[in-house]
Design a protein around this ligand. Structure first.
Ligand code: MN3
Length: 246
């Protein structure tokens, strides 16, 4: 059977299942239904393709690390999520919204792997190539907001670097936009993130740094601070601006 034909049958079966005519649905609703129907086929979550080659972040993050990080670590979170159907998960919602429903009562397998999937999906989009190592500064509205909140870009960078360096064990460092629209630097352990209803400040992540050893060990070994120094060259500031402005 062709893929188109199979998709058509899957979608038709699902529409039949909920007893509604497809004419009642807009394209968005159909896409949601499709993601549920995929869930029935075991692939509700998929590994996003990277918008660049594995060697694009050289020399600051090496190709081998990028490849293993994406195809083994991130893929692992995706696989685990697909193997673990949850009656408490709203499969219709975006991954961002799914994360906001995680709290201390959520099963650790969902908490860790949904976080792992969301965090990495975001992390990849927040990198851009800079092989020459040109000075990489924030621009536009986000640059202004950083200056207002942290007095200067240098102060912001210093504080973020310090917090990321000091995370004990595995975790993430974030720049978030709070409900009140303020910028804050926060850290989380493991694959938790600031969208989740857990201890610590909540907000929308607009910059994400993975400080798990798997993110840097091949090139930097135990020197996390050097990895962070390298990573600053790669921050995709236009993407940060987009997330901040949304
Ligand atoms: Mn990672």
């Amino acid at each position: 059977m062709s893929n188109d034909r199979r998709d058509f049958l899957k979608k038709s079966a699902l529409l039949g299942l909920v007893g509604l005519s497809s004419s009642l649905f807009g394209e968005e609703k159909l896409n949601h239904l499709e993601s549920i129907s995929n869930k029935m086929g075991g692939d509700a979550f998929t590994l996003p393709k990277l918008p660049y080659a594995y060697n694009a972040m050289e020399p600051f993050i090496d190709a081998k690390t990028m490849e293993i990080h994406h195809t083994k670590h991130h893929q692992g979170y995706v696989n685990k999520l697909n193997e673990t159907p949850s009656t408490n998960m709203d499969y219709m919602s975006s991954d961002e919204v799914k994360c906001t429903h995680v709290d201390k009562y959520t099963s650790s397998v969902i908490r860790n792997n949904l976080g792992g999937h969301y965090n990495h999906s975001l992390f990849w989009t927040l990198l851009r190539a800079n092989p020459e190592g040109y000075k990489n500064l924030a621009e536009g509205k986000i640059a202004k907001a950083i200056d207002e909140e942290f007095k200067s870009f240098d102060n912001f960078q210093k504080e973020f670097t310090e917090k990321a360096t000091k995370i004990f064990g595995s975790g993430w460092c974030w720049l978030i936009k709070t409900k009140e629209g303020k910028l804050k630097i926060v850290t989380t352990a493991n694959q938790d993130n600031p969208l989740m209803k857990l201890e610590g400040e909540q907000g929308k992540p607009i910059l994400a740094l993975d400080v798990w050893e798997h993110a840097y060990y091949l090139k930097y070994q135990n020197k996390r601070a050097d990895y962070i120094t390298g990573w600053w060259n790669l921050v995709n500031w236009p993407k940060v601006e987009e997330l901040y402005s949304k």
